[in-house]
Design a protein around this ligand. Structure first.
Ligand SMILES: [Fe+2]
Length: 374
């Protein structure tokens, strides 16, 4: 019998967040792994405390366990493209290229990397409007709601992402502003990672919306993170503002094969519970393919439709904001949640995290319509 214990972090929303104890991640038996996998797909975000000794190799092996046939790092080498918005935020561990170092501040040496300058993404670099500098210590925003995924070429969205908190600056709290006219706010720990459930997002749709998302597909932009590098985000971090500023297709790197453009279901099925998640990466959507074969290609309209579907699901009561402590190892179901960086650190607040995910061995599992509209 496995002695692993599981404790949901929020009894009213057990599907988002659980604490897992009595588990040895570096020497994980098959039985304990199955308990962990079931827990992950039931609670979608799980935290195992005091894992500071886990090596980058352990972390990569643990992450691969969820998808042994997985490919390389989830973004492959696409983050190397200098114009990609992801380029400044990730540093690769030289001997374990599936594992990236992220964080804030200057780190002289870590796992073969030297003189690392890390930068916690700040909304002022990404949003169309910003919180004034004088309020920056106390107020923050969701930086960018997303799925960890290249969304281009042969790289399937990773099944699972692992995040290890190596160094966490002394904690304080901030007020998160949605700044979208609703007046919504959320009290969050500094530098939290915010999660919302795609299952809840789906469940709260109307019958008509469910029919729409079950039968429509999203086409993502080619070289998506270069394409949006000249655009700005909505204040709630849920998609871009439409101003016609995307990098023109002819100025993107070449599209080698038409099949490199990814067209994915809007709804992805949970492999353990069978539940449906509304899983759309809002920043890089380009077109919607409808059931009848027609295509919505008016970008402003596409973004408004996606925003209308997703915004209810990021309401304050649905957000799980993880309060990081050093040694926390968090695994999340990247096919069932959206997540966002939050917060603003001073330059001398050093934060060091390790992130690992692997491009999945298979595309996301979509719904077999019409099995559920209930
Ligand atoms: Fe991420």
């Amino acid at each position: 019998m496995s002695s692993v214990t599981i404790q949901p972090v929020n009894s009213s929303h057990p599907e988002l967040g659980a604490l897992v104890q009595n588990i040895d991640l570096a020497h994980l038996s098959e039985e304990d792994f199955q308990v962990l996998r079931n827990t992950l797909y039931t609670h979608n975000v799980v935290c195992i405390k005091s894992q500071g000794k886990l090596t980058p190799k352990n972390q990569a092996e643990l992450t691969r366990r969820f998808d042994p046939e997985a490919m390389t790092y989830g973004h492959g080498t696409t983050i190397d493209a200098k114009r990609s918005i992801l380029h400044p935020d990730l540093k690769t561990i030289p001997y374990q290229p599936e594992v990236q170092v992220i964080g804030n501040g200057f780190v002289p040496e870590y796992e073969g990397l030297t003189d690392i300058k890390l930068r916690h993404p700040h909304h002022r670099t990404f949003h169309k409007t910003v919180i004034p500098d004088e309020l920056d210590l106390d107020y923050t925003r969701f930086y960018r709601w997303h799925i960890d995924a290249a969304l281009y070429g042969k790289l399937n969205p990773p099944l699972v992402t692992s995040l290890l908190a190596v160094k966490v600056p002394k904690n304080r709290r901030q007020t998160l502003l949605y700044d979208d006219g609703t007046g919504d706010t959320l009290d969050v720990p500094l530098g939290t990672t915010a999660f919302v459930s795609g299952y809840n997002m789906f469940d709260n749709l109307s019958l008509e919306q469910k029919e729409f998302v079950l039968t429509s597909k999203i086409e993502y932009a080619p070289h998506p993170y270069v394409w949006i590098s000249t655009t700005k985000s909505r204040p709630d971090g849920l998609g871009m503002v439409s101003e016609g500023k995307e990098v023109p297709l002819e100025d993107l790197p070449p599209i080698e094969r038409e099949s490199d453009i990814q067209i994915l279901p809007m709804v992805w099925r949970n492999p353990v519970t069978g539940r449906f998640a509304l899983q759309i990466h809002p920043s890089v959507v380009r077109k919607i393919h409808l059931k009848d074969g027609s295509v919505i290609d008016d970008l402003a309209k596409v973004r408004d439709i996606v925003h209308g579907l997703q915004r209810p699901g990021i309401a304050p009561k649905f957000v799980y904001a993880h309060d990081w402590e050093e040694g926390d190892l968090v695994l999340f179901n990247n096919h069932g949640v959206l997540h966002s960086v939050v917060g603003a650190f001073a330059e001398n607040e050093v934060r060091l995290f390790r992130q690992c995910n692997l491009a999945a061995s298979r595309p996301p599992c979509g719904p077999q319509y019409p099995e559920v509209v209930a």
